[in-house]
Write a protein of this length. Structure first.
Length: 497
């Protein structure tokens, strides 16, 4: 079939969605990194329509603001009172005509709460509509349970669509039908506009049903057809949190299948979650319990997980990220991260660098081959190449009002339990002793020792804690054991192991 570019796509998103039990408008609830409405807009935009109009109503300012963020070219039409789907489409057409748009061609109408509907299915509907010469074509589906859906009624001899009957208006025989209306249609623009003016409100809800347009056009002798969706799950609408979770699982499965077919190994799909915006290259390994969200990118041959959460994070080729939470971070090729590591926004890890267990990094660059192996906080800092940051180091970046930066040069060795009180600079090749509080710049090649000298006060336990277990242990200590000097000073040592 030839590709048919619609004159317009109209998305119905005016309803309140009370069954969601939420202060958030239904269409703004998210699955897999996009709002329900965002998924529908993306699928609709893939048809390259001349006009894309979203009908808003409930919380219209909030919904319109969201639309401006996800697709600035979307037009909105306001349905001030929710008087039915036919009325909503009429508001969209009036919005276009009021701005001088004369529609000629196909108008596709879809719903803002059907996030699983693909652009391919919408395009197939538009192409079928054009090739069959229909006045209206409904997207239908055969479902296991049709309860609550509008039923497709066909002529028993020709199979032509004669009507769509809402569940609450259907007879027992019609309720037994399993082919349902998806709420998605393709119309001839001019016939649609004329028919909407003839829709009545004599139904159980007193509303203008868009589905009544089919009967009006058929009665006028126009052709009414249907295109059956290949997968009935695509047309699932979201009305409550249970359905939201079901749709999320279905979409996640679709995304994981796409990733695996593209060369990603997903060890446990049941515990792995992807956003639609995540990208990846071949031979990536994703271990169980991993969540990948936002603009995260996984380069070839990297390994992520188990139990990692990456948001808007780029992982370089061959890198390993284990039991890590990262947001807005860049992880260089061959780097090793984790376990139990937190990378905050602005973190940039160089090639073959290492960030180990219980380390938090924020707004800091760690150079090629450098290591922050254990129990440290590095914030607002830069570390050069092939340096080692000792265990239990804290970069003291906040003075109570402002953040300041620390700079550690290349080939430095800093001692365990250091405090770098920013702003401070440690030159290339310098060392700092364990337990030091560094408040002044350290010249290149120097050893900085910033701690009080040790004093050993002999006999203190016997005098201050007589009869204690410690005193008894000291009394029974073998002769010549360490601790005899009363006022001795320890050697400085670099403590940088």
């Amino acid at each position: 079939m030839s590709v048919n570019r619609p004159a317009a796509v109209v998305v119905l998103a005016a309803g309140e969605g009370t069954r969601m039990k939420s202060a958030t408008p239904k269409v703004l609830h998210e699955i897999c990194g996009r709002s329900l409405l965002g998924h529908v807009v993306a699928a609709s935009r893939s048809l390259s329509p001349e006009h894309l109009v979203v009908v808003v109503g409930h919380a219209r300012e909030q919904v319109a603001a969201h639309l401006a963020e996800v697709d600035a070219q979307v037009r909105t039409a306001v349905q001030y009172e929710q008087n039915g789907t036919g009325h909503a489409v009429r508001m969209a057409l009036e919005e276009l005509s009021g701005s001088g748009v004369a529609l000629d061609g196909t108008v596709v109408v879809t719903c803002g709460d059907t996030p699983l509907l693909t652009g391919e299915t919408l395009q197939a509907l538009a192409d079928t509509h054009a090739s069959d010469g229909n006045a209206v074509t409904v997207l239908s589906a055969e479902v296991p349970d049709s309860t609550g859906y509008g039923r497709i009624v066909r002529d028993p001899e020709s199979g032509a669509v004669t009507a769509i009957v809402e569940h609450k208006d259907a007879t027992p025989a019609q309720r037994a039908l399993t082919e349902i209306n998806s709420g998605v249609f393709a119309f001839d623009a001019q016939l649609l506009s004329d028919a909407l003016g003839k829709v009545r409100t004599d139904n159980s809800q007193g509303e203008e049903y868009l589905t009544d347009v089919l009967g009006i056009l058929r009665s006028a002798g126009h052709r009414v057809g249907a295109a059956v969706a290949g997968d009935h799950r695509e047309i699932l609408g979201i009305n409550n949190r249970v359905q939201l979770a079901e749709a999320r699982a279905l979409l996640n499965g679709r995304l994981l299948e796409r990733a695996m077919l593209a060369g990603v190994t997903v060890v446990d799909p049941s515990s792995t979650w992807l956003d639609v915006s995540v990208s990846y290259e071949q031979d990536v390994l994703v271990l169980p319990g991993t969540q990948l969200t936002g603009a995260t990118h996984l380069a070839a041959g990297c390994e992520v997980g188990p139990n990692s959460q990456l948001a808007d994070t780029a992982v370089g080729s061959g890198a390993s990220v284990n039991n890590t939470v990262a947001s807005g971070a860049e992880i260089g090729a061959g780097a090793k991260v984790g376990p139990f590591t937190y990378l905050r926004p602005g973190t940039k890890l160089g090639v073959t660098s290492k960030v180990g267990g219980f380390v938090e990094i924020k707004n800091a660059e760690i150079g090629e081959g450098s290591k922050v192996p254990h129990l440290s906080y590095v914030g607002d800092a830069s570390v050069g190449e092939h340096s080692n940051i000792g265990a239990a180091t804290v970069f003291v970046n906040y003075d109570g009002e402002n953040k300041h930066r620390t700079s550690i040069g290349s080939h430095c060795k800093t001692g365990a339990d250091n405090m770098f009180v920013a702003p401070v600079t440690v030159g290339d090749g310098a060392y700092t002793a364990a337990g030091s509080v560094i408040t002044k710049d350290v010249p290149a090649g120097s050893l900085a020792v910033a701690r009080g000298q040790q004093r050993n006060i002999a006999g203190w336990v016997a005098r201050k804690r007589p009869g204690s277990a410690s005193a008894r242990a000291a009394e029974s200590a073998p002769e010549g054991a360490p601790g005899g000097a009363s006022e001795g000073a320890s050697g400085s040592g670099d403590g940088a192991g």
